[in-house]
Design a protein around this ligand. Structure first.
Ligand SMILES: [Zn+2]
Length: 384
């Protein structure tokens, strides 16, 4: 994401710094998102020309000082600027609502420990319940309503909702698509795999924004995947240092919001789908999984000419997956710089045995990674 490493990808100069840092460091092919922040509309077209695959913006405080939230007028200006420019605009769709400003008993999503104690003494900030209450479904629904409203400014620019957590937004998404708005929607492995009821207090590795919601909500997300309102499933891998996760105290409001799960997704999804099959007789094939995790993502990122399916002329990127093997997640063995994940200790069904990039094996479960990364930076013009 454009803000996950400093400097944020909001100017051409910053983008060049990132490209230089990423050179010869990527294990797989990597594309880059640019960022929309207040005041940088003048930088957007040159970022498109330099190869960003689209832009993300926040409709609420991002947690990073260099990446402030946009107002409706900033979004409108960005859409006008990008009209006809062969790109995509994505939204972190959470918006503070009027009722939050009016209701002083309502915890602010970025409140400090002392303020939370004043507002809701019965809910301590180390409880997951307090955190969940601070970011209700309505924040996502209101944000998506605003996105639908501003879409009329530049109807040809495709829009995308990143990491949808609330199934309450599905009806307005369905209506928007029926009305012809170019809108795609993703959810994440963790919104399908975990439920708020089961998240312990002080377990801040589970903190992400928007938050993991109820098991009933998760079932509705699965249904929306099946019916196509949700188009893809992604990791939204958002790492941080152990210090930033506030692991000692476990304050959900102070901890960094983000879950690390890149590399585990296929097993997470396969495990969840088997549960769907047992409980709802929900039949899917590997073709459905490939559509949610690869084909639709390639469409969204403008890479469909070379990625997203196995076809003549496309890159031979695929993995060998054994659906009958199991993966017991041990975070100490994950190839992350900061080895933290809420999947630690979980047994998942299915195991990636081998990963192939452009026809060459780059990873096997027995030998690990190749000695050197061989991934490319994907800066070519978007294809549709
Ligand atoms: Zn986000």
């Amino acid at each position: 994401m454009p803000l996950n490493a400093i400097p944020p990808t909001t100017t051409l100069e910053n983008f060049k710094i990132k490209l230089e840092a990423a050179k010869d460091q990527c294990w797989v092919d990597v594309g880059f998102w640019g960022g929309i922040i207040p005041g940088n509309a003048g930088n957007l077209v040159e970022l498109v020309n330099a190869g960003v695959r689209g832009f993300k913006c926040f409709m609420i405080e991002s947690g990073v000082d260099e990446f402030p939230a946009v107002e409706k007028s900033d979004i409108e200006l960005a859409l006008k600027t990008l009209d006809g420019k062969n790109t995509l605009v994505m939204f972190h769709a959470e918006k503070e609502s009027e009722f939050q400003h009016q209701d002083h008993d309502f915890p602010h999503p970025t409140a400090t420990i002392s303020k939370i104690n004043d507002w809701i003494p019965d809910l301590h900030p180390t409880t997951y319940a307090a955190f969940l209450k601070s970011r209700p479904d309505q924040m996502e629904v209101d944000a998506i309503q605003t996105i639908i409203e501003v879409s009329t400014v530049a109807p040809t620019v495709p829009l995308h909702i990143v990491h949808l957590a609330s199934a309450d937004a599905i009806p307005i998404i369905r209506q928007a698509k029926d009305d012809g708005i170019k809108l795609s929607v993703e959810t994440c492995f963790h919104y399908l795999a975990f439920a708020a009821e089961n998240i312990p207090d002080k377990a801040t590795t589970f903190k992400c924004c928007p938050p993991i919601r109820s098991s009933d909500n998760n079932e509705r997300l699965w249904d929306a995947l099946r019916t196509g309102e949700i188009t893809s499933v992604v990791s939204d891998h958002s790492p941080c240092t152990p210090h930033l996760k506030d692991l000692d105290i476990g304050d959900y409001f102070r901890a960094w919001g983000g879950i690390s799960s890149v590399g585990l997704g296929l097993s997470i999804l396969w495990t969840g789908l088997q549960h769907q099959f047992r409980t709802k007789n929900y039949r899917v094939t590997f073709a459905d999984i490939a559509r949610w995790t690869s084909y639709n993502t390639a469409l969204q990122t403008g890479l469909i000419a070379s990625k997203g399916s196995i076809d003549i002329g496309k890159d031979a990127d695929f993995c060998i997956f054994d659906p009958h093997d199991t993966l017991v997640v041990d975070q100490t063995l994950l190839p992350f710089k900061n080895k933290m994940t809420p999947y630690h200790g979980r047994t998942l069904n299915g195991l990636v045995k081998e990963t192939i990039l452009r026809g060459k094996t780059i990873f096997t479960t027995t030998d690990g990674h190749l000695p050197k990364p061989t991934g490319s930076l994907l800066l070519e013009t978007r294809a549709y």
